[in-house]
Design a protein around this ligand. Structure first.
Ligand SMILES: Nc1ncnc2c1ncn2[C@@H]1O[C@H](COP(=O)(O)OP(=O)(O)OP(=O)(O)O)[C@@H](O)[C@H]1O
Ligand SMILES: [Mg+2]
Length: 242
């Protein structure tokens, strides 16, 4: 297997609060790698450590042949890490196109001229091109999620980090998101997808990791991970908020 990303014995957190604890996993080039785990177990924190918002206090992170453990967030973005946020945060008063352009110019350090074709492509892939001139504040939740993905695509990433893009959507909209992720995979992106909507994790991922208390509890075939007693146990007594 061609490994694009690896976490090796990573500890990380916020100030004195340790959240990730001896986290180990690998993501292979071209796969959709799903991540589940109870609220607060450290899934979003793993993304924060991956993109360089927080620094590990132990262990190493390698991406595409580079040791990125101590690299700046900008340098990591330039290497091809594109993230989405759990709460979409577009600039409400800018158009859809301008939002993607800002991400490409500031995130990937592209000139506006170089960024424009990337942005157009990002909007085509996410199915937003028809709405490129719409003010972002007027978008439906589903389209805001699409825009969040388009903004990540605007930085020309190799790997896409999706944080609960299906949360809050209707059943039909969840199907649209699954189709979009299949599209992204077909385009050659490697994807890490954090989600509480179980259907997406079983049907759209190649492998699934269940996290618990900041560490990798179980990694494997999505159906087997879902069916495991270990995974069931970490969810027992934990109230779902989604
Ligand atoms: N900026 C922060 N400063 C301090 N603690 C934080 C910060 N962000 C998150 N935490 C804490 O870190 C722990 C892990 O949070 P994280 O957001 O990574 O969980 P999660 O698995 O993504 O949860 P959810 O499924 O609810 O999104 C929680 O206890 C949370 O309160
Ligand atoms: Mg989270």
């Amino acid at each position: 297997m061609d490994t694009l990303l690896s976490f090796k014995n990573v500890d990380a957190g916020y100030g004195r609060v340790k959240v990730l604890s001896d986290l180990n996993f690998e993501v292979y080039r071209g796969e959709v790698f799903g991540v589940i785990g109870p609220n607060g177990c450290g899934k979003t924190t793993m993304f924060n450590a991956l993109i360089g918002l927080i620094q590990p206090t132990k262990g190493e992170i390698h991406f595409d042949g580079h040791n990125i453990t101590n690299m700046s967030a900008n340098a990591r973005c330039n290497l091809g890490l594109g993230r989405t946020y759990q709460v979409p945060r577009p600039f409400e008063n800018m158009s859809v196109f301008e939002n993607v352009l800002v991400a490409a110019v500031h995130g990937a350090g592209l000139s506006e001229q170089a960024a424009r074709p990337e942005c157009q492509r990002a909007l085509e892939i996410t199915g937003l091109y028809d709405k490129h001139a719409v003010r972002s504040g007027e978008l439906t939740l589903l389209d805001r999620k699409r825009l969040e993905i388009a903004r990540a695509l605007g930085t020309a990433p190799k790997m896409l980090l999706l944080d609960e893009v299906a949360a809050g959507l209707t059943e039909a909209e969840v199907q649209d998101v699954m189709a979009l992720v299949a599209n992204l995979k077909a385009e050659g992106f490697t994807i890490i997808w954090i989600e509480h909507v179980i259907e997406t994790m079983v049907n759209s991922t190649n492998r699934l990791m269940c996290m618990s208390e900041g560490t990798d509890l179980l990694i494997g075939d999505p159906r087997e991970v879902m069916a495991s007693e270990q995974v069931e146990a970490v969810y027992l007594g934990v109230e779902e908020d989604e």
